[in-house]
Structure formats: structure tokens, C-alpha cells
Write a protein that binds this ligand. Sequence first.
Ligand SMILES: [Zn+2]
Length: 308
Amino acid sequence: MADVMTVRGAISGDRLGVVDYHEHLAFDAPAWLLREDRDFRLDDPEKSAIELQSWVQAGGKTIIEMSAIDFGRHIQKVARVADLVPEAHIVVITGYNKPYYCDRSVWQTPEDDLIRACIRDIVEGIDGTGIRAGIMKGGTGYNTFTDKDRKLLRIAAKVQLETSVPIITHTEAGTMGYEQVEYLCSFGVKPEHICLSHMDRNPDFWEHRRIVATGAYLGYDCPGKIKYGPDELRIDVLRKLADEGLDHRILLGNDLGRPSYWRSYGGGPGLDFVLTKFMARLRAQGFLQQTLDNLLIHNPRRFLTLEG
Ligand SMILES: [Zn+2]
């Protein structure tokens, strides 16, 4: 069992506890993106700490901060949150979210240089802080698999093979997930070291089952975000997967990367939503405790410790 790298150093898999596989705690979104959409200003570590504390009180232990380089990853702000909430283990990442967020430098810089920079984040630390990334990210656009999409995934594949840290990708509205797995694996990445984010934006049982059959993990991270469809849709697919014994390949998070999702900024559903209301609903709808434990504890532990 491999150790898992957190902001405060490596920890063993048995200390991970309840895991949220995809969140955003603090970042500085690019200025052009903020001009387009002010609802990406999640940059106040004090407010993040209040929100994270509510999640810890609901039983959370390990949280993966998924803000990638192109999305405005800000390691000092995340480190400040970690200082304010020492009860939480925070894992940070390296790599890129999707072509739309990447500026010209990503396309003009040779691929090998970008790979080396990501490896440095994992082996030495990010921006001179000594805080090491524990996850590699890549991603694609909506139903696209362009040269740019492939470049970001290729970087992720090569960094994974070099460092062993698992890959969590971005899928745009749950599209191109199967293609991502095929492409990453064509370089030798093992499917069990890949998790696809936002798959419950596309709650399509047939598609989810064929991805699970590859051995890759599905990331569900939209509970409570009703603008992306009612929870009933994602719960229906979850039930079908659990009924077929496939709930060992799902990770849960909430991906609350906007202040409008956070109570500490005056919004909702709040960072504790999955652990409180969503879990209560799954129990009320007859899901077994074993399934809930798989989603929150056992699956992320196997994924993060490279156990398969
Ligand atoms: Zn996200």
C-alpha cells in the first residue's frame, strides 16, 4: 500500500478515513475567467476554513483540492486553509484542467518541459513551498478530442508513469470519459489509476458500466447541484451499478468550485451536503451501509494508495 501525499506530508492509507475526491478550497482564477464569470472568486482562506470545518464535523477526513495550474492553483492559500483546519488531510494536485482554461504558454511550451514541471511539483514541491502534489490532472472539452485535449492527457499519462501518482481527469459534462481511459491506457497507464470527474453530469448507466468494465473509477461530484439535473438521476444510476456489484469503482465528491455553492459565502448546498443530506437520502432510499462505506472510504483508499 503506497502512502498518500498531503499538504502536511505523507500519510498511510489507513489514516485517510472519509474522502471527498474532488473539491476546490481556495484558488485564484485567471483574470480573464473572472471577467467572464465572477462566480469563480473562491480566494478567501478564512471562509474556506469555516466551510471545511463544517465538513470535518460531518465526518470528513481527507479532501482532494483539484484546482489545476490553468485554473489558478494557489498553494499558499491552500496551505493557509490546512493550517486553520489541521483535522483535515488536504491533497493537492498538479497538471491541467482543460484546453479552454489553458493560456498560450501551455501550447507554446514543449511537452517535455511541462512534464518536468509537473514531476517537480510531485517530487520536490509546488512553487518553492516544499508542498508536494499527490494527484495528476488532465482533461478534455465537451465532446472533443482535439490535439490540445490529447496534449493535456499525454502529459498526465507520462507524469503518472514517471511518478506513480494517480490521475483524476476533468470531463466536460461527463463526455469523452471512455475515450480518455482508452487514450491514457495506450501509453501504459493502468485503468485503476484513473478516475474520471463529473460523470454524474452524464448519468448514463450503459456508459458508466462500460467505463467500470475497463477498471477505471467513475467520479460522482454533482449531488445537490440541481442545475445539473435532480439527484434522482444520479441516484438511479448509482443503484443500478450497486445492484450489479459495481459500486467498488465509484468515488464521491461535490466539486464546489464556486462561492455560490458555499454557505460561508452566502450560498449553498454547502461543503457538508454529501456527508449529511445526500448520505441521509441514500440511506432512506435503501442503500446499504456497505455501499456508502465503499463510496466514501474503501474505494478512495484503494485508488489513492494504488491498490487497484
Ligand atoms: Zn472541479
